[in-house]
Design a protein around this ligand. Structure first.
Ligand code: GLN
Length: 205
């Protein structure tokens, strides 16, 4: 499927969904659709769960019937990409907050606001393994990295063996993939670099 023919749903209940739409539409010429109800999921080829406040997003999802609708589409194999709060939504478990509901789609345990209060937000170049050419040595170090914008970000504390680790910040896991599901603790939609979104579009066959 050509990316110009795909329609990417962007969960638009709260958070920075508009930044995802702008990046997909203007940089990647990909059609997007705001998803606020189960009916909006019809006809989407992929779904983005944006950054925002995970507790608010999950409450709104439950209120609008999207919680079960999204889980059903995931079971059918719909590719999904969660950034920051979106990663928390996809996780099986939230560290020290077992009561916080999540979609429980990826076998990861995430810690929320995990980089501490002093470092609420920061940026760093993150090696992103899908962009790193195998066998390459030495050359341009930035080539396989993406600019990671972290805002009160989570990280992955534990991942099951079937979870592929795609990126670290220092010793922390900040990008993962499990089958059709992708999650980053950082926000590529807030940069002008569309390569992580391109990678997600490539996951949609
Ligand atoms: N700290 C937020 C949460 O726990 C996530 C922040 C973000 O998405 N930028 O939900």
């Amino acid at each position: 499927m050509n990316s110009s023919q795909k329609t990417i749903g962007v969960l638009a209940l709260q958070g920075d969904f508009d930044a995802h739409r702008t990046l997909l539409e203007t940089r990647l010429h990909t059609r997007t659709k705001e998803v606020r109800t189960p009916a909006d999921l019809k006809g989407v080829d992929g779904l983005i769960l944006p950054g925002g406040e995970s507790t608010t997003i999950i409450k709104l999802m439950q209120r609008f019937g999207l919680y079960s609708a999204i889980r059903e589409r995931a079971a059918e194999g719909l590719p999904m990409y969660g950034t920051c709060a979106g990663m928390i939504l996809l996780a099986h478990e939230i560290y020290e907050r077992p009561e916080q509901p999540s979609l429980d789609l990826m076998k990861i345990t995430v810690a929320r606001n995990a980089f501490g209060r002093q470092v609420e937000s920061f940026e760093s170049d993150i090696p992103f393994s899908p962009l790193q050419k195998s066998g390459e040595t030495g050359s341009d170090k930035k080539e396989g990295t993406v600019r990671g914008v972290f805002i009160r970000a989570p990280y992955v504390m534990e991942a099951a063996p079937e979870v592929e680790i795609l990126g670290h910040f220092q010793d922390k896991i900040v990008a993962v993939r499990q089958g059709n599901l992708l999650a980053t603790a950082f926000h590529p939609e807030l940069t002008d670099d569309p390569r992580v979104h391109t990678y997600f579009l490539e996951m949609i066959s």
